[in-house]
Ligand binder design. Structure first.
Ligand SMILES: [Mg+2]
Length: 204
């Protein structure tokens, strides 16, 4: 029996601005990705020149996670995806139990109760979710690769810290002009939605 497609939607970097909040907590900002050697680099501690432990120290608590902002346009993006297929939120929390609580509360607050209640998948083993007809939208190169290797369908959400970084900059390197302006995320939502409509045309 062929199963119905579902969408597995990553949270941090796709719906929530974890990177901006984490960089701000370390006195930095996303302009760090304007440097040539930072483009496509996932490892924020490396970019900041600090250890993993130093990086997570101010972040691994409920006060930080409760302040990670929803990205403008994320609610419309999810509403449009829900017209194509059921949407499940798939996210890897930090070690703090407070992060788990905060993520569930954020989904309830931003994406609705009861429609989100049984559709939150938290845990580090995202790869176990890979299966045919499961479409993962994620900003992490490794997650996307593992999902595809496990038989799922992967859609890499373009951000400055992954392989599609060039799409995450507006007019970057167009006609020799080296612009360094980040593409508004709602434009990335529109592009991803068009891609999803090609994958799920019958959902329209
Ligand atoms: Mg992510």
């Amino acid at each position: 029996m062929k199963s119905e497609p579902i969408i597995l939607l990553d949270m941090d970097g796709v719906l929530y601005d974890f990177t901006g909040a984490a960089l701000a907590a370390h006195g930095s900002s996303e302009t760090i990705y304007h440097h040539e050697n930072a483009k496509g680099v996932w490892d924020i501690p490396m970019l900041l020149g600090i250890s993993q432990e130093e990086f997570w120290r101010p972040l691994d608590n409920g006060a930080f996670w409760d302040k990670v902002p929803l990205i403008a346009g994320a609610q419309d993006f999810v509403a449009n995806l829900r017209r194509l297929a059921p949407v499940y939120f798939a996210s890897v929390p930090s070690r703090s139990p407070e992060c788990w609580r905060s993520k569930v509360a954020a989904v309830y607050r931003d994406f609705g109760v009861p429609e989100s209640c049984d559709r939150i998948l938290l845990g580090s083993a995202k790869r176990l979710l890979a299966a045919p007809d499961r479409i993962l939208i994620d900003d992490n190169d490794k997650n996307v690769k593992a999902h595809a290797s496990g038989g799922g369908v992967s859609v890499l959400f373009p951000r400055p810290w992954n392989k599609l970084w060039a799409s995450a900059f507006y007019d970057y390197n167009t006609q020799g002009h080296r612009a360094c302006v980040m593409t508004p995320v709602d434009q990335l939502y529109s592009k991803t939605l068009m891609h999803m409509k090609l994958l799920l045309p019958e959902g329209e």
